[in-house]
Design a protein around this ligand. Structure first.
Ligand SMILES: C[S@@+](CC[C@H](N)C(=O)[O-])C[C@H]1O[C@@H](n2cnc3c(N)ncnc32)[C@H](O)[C@@H]1O
Length: 419
């Protein structure tokens, strides 16, 4: 089972798992997944494979860096209880909306209530960089109305409004179709992340882009109908706006120590990703301060290897505290590639650095070779430097060695991918 390799004096087991999740069609997964694009999101089949292999219905699965909620949603879809933690308010909103969704009818009814309540607000205070994106006769006033209605969303919002706000995040900006038609509210621009305001302004001028005059409520109805294409997940879960470095200090009502069967997560990259700056349009809608978010999510100015290793060591220890004795933790960690240097196998490196101090044990490391074109980070082209071509899944266990329930690449595990 697997091949032993040696790094310095440390033995590491490399597990060969056929990349079962890669044989799944790209758009596979529950209709709630595509609620909103998110940087560095992983495909739903990846966590689902490990959920099927290592956990049972009713188990608690946690992603402490949940992003748009891919892993905990797959947990709920497959009858487990999904929990998500993230420090980025946008990620928290998306994860929470997916893990505790309202009924389709309630959301549609709420949109009609808002439509009837709508009165055009004063939009003079809206920043120029937002005004350049949206038509100011209908679209922008409607957005400002909704923004004001949901201004206190973080202090308590019911699940219907939370879902609506999250669905709105997904249509804030995106490319128009060739026909000129669009599902989005903005001028034609990428959907995954918000390009810098200066760049967008220049692009608008150079290409004479026109702001579409669209009705926000109509576009929301269309978006919501697509999100409810599949039946709601059989279980619900929960999400928390919190720092993964203090996971074990969350109240017991959030995450109890010794409760979690599996952590499955993809921690922040070694390279700094400014989740705030890259989402400035959506975060304006949420009333969030971009600089505060980027500062809060930053491990340090450069993510030096030593500090990154320290950070992950801390996360591993925090995970150990919330795991059951028979629990395990899987970390998806990309190799680091820098021009002129040999690629760094970061997962193995991290393990060699933390193995003497952590209470967790190494089960092995699975290699996941990514077709380069799949990576969202490719959008950054050459400037992003550290794009990963190989992801590795570092599997650690607390006390009891985990076992693959099905053959590692068998048809039986594939048959579990049912949605
Ligand atoms: C690689 S992304 C995860 C994407 C996720 N797997 C998905 O499919 O959407 C890493 C996430 O870690 C979050 N993050 C970074 N530092 C954090 C911290 N200290 N505590 C909690 N979340 C953090 C970021 O906001 C980001 O959402």
């Amino acid at each position: 089972m697997g091949v032993m390799s040696t790094i310095g004096t440390v033995k590491v087991r490399r597990i060969n798992v056929p990349p079962t999740w890669r044989s799944i069609p790209k758009r596979w997964g529950h209709s709630l997944h595509p609620m909103c694009s998110y940087l560095a999101m992983f495909p739903p089949g990846l966590p689902r494979y490990f959920i099927e292999q290592f956990t049972r219905k009713g188990d608690v699965i946690l992603d402490p860096f949940s992003g748009r909620g891919t892993c905990p949603l797959e947990a709920c879809v497959s009858g487990r209880i999904g929990l998500g933690v993230d420090l980025n308010p946008l990620a928290y909103l998306l994860t929470h909306a997916k893990l505790d969704p309202p009924s389709h009818d309630d959301v549609l009814a709420r949109i009609e209530v808002l439509r009837n309540l709508y009165e055009p607000p004063d939009i003079t205070g809206v920043p120029d960089e937002i005004r350049m994106l949206y038509d100011d006769s209908i679209t922008l006033p409607q957005l400002v109305f909704i923004r004001t209605m949901f201004a206190n969303w973080k202090d308590g919002i019911d699940k219907v409004d939370r879902f609506l706000l999250a669905a709105l995040m997904g249509i804030m900006h995106g490319n128009h179709r060739k026909s000129g038609d669009t599902s989005y509210l903005s001028i034609s621009m990428p959907n995954t992340f918000s390009m810098a305001p200066g760049y967008v302004r220049k692009y608008i001028d150079q290409h004479s882009l026109v702001k579409p005059q669209v009705d926000v409520f109509d576009k929301l109805v269309y978006k919501v109908n697509r999100l409810f294409k599949n039946q709601l997940p059989i279980r619900s879960g929960n999400a928390f706006l919190a720092d993964a470095r203090t996971l074990s200090s969350l109240p017991d009502s959030h995450i109890q120590s010794g409760q979690v069967k599996m952590v499955f997560t993809s921690p922040p990259y070694l390279k700094v990703v400014n989740y705030g700056t890259f989402n400035w349009i959506r975060l304006w809608m949420l009333g969030e301060d971009i600089k505060t978010i980027d500062k809060g999510l930053r491990l340090d100015d450069e993510h030096t290897l030593a500090r990154y290793t320290n950070f992950l060591g801390n996360i591993v220890d925090e995970c150990a505290k919330v795991l059951r004795d028979d629990g395990l933790a899987c970390f998806v960690i990309g190799d680091v590639e820098e021009p002129g240097r040999p690629p760094l196998n970061l997962a193995e490196y991290v393990w060699t650095q933390i193995k003497d101090t952590t209470s967790m044990n190494l089960y092995g490391i699975v290699e996941d070779r990514l077709p380069v074109s799949d990576k969202v980070t490719r959008i950054w082209g050459k400037t992003q430097g550290n794009a990963t071509k190989i992801d590795r899944i570092l599997i650690l266990y607390k006390q009891k060695k985990p076992r693959f329930r099905y053959g590692k690449g068998s048809d039986e595990v594939l048959s579990k991918f049912t949605t």
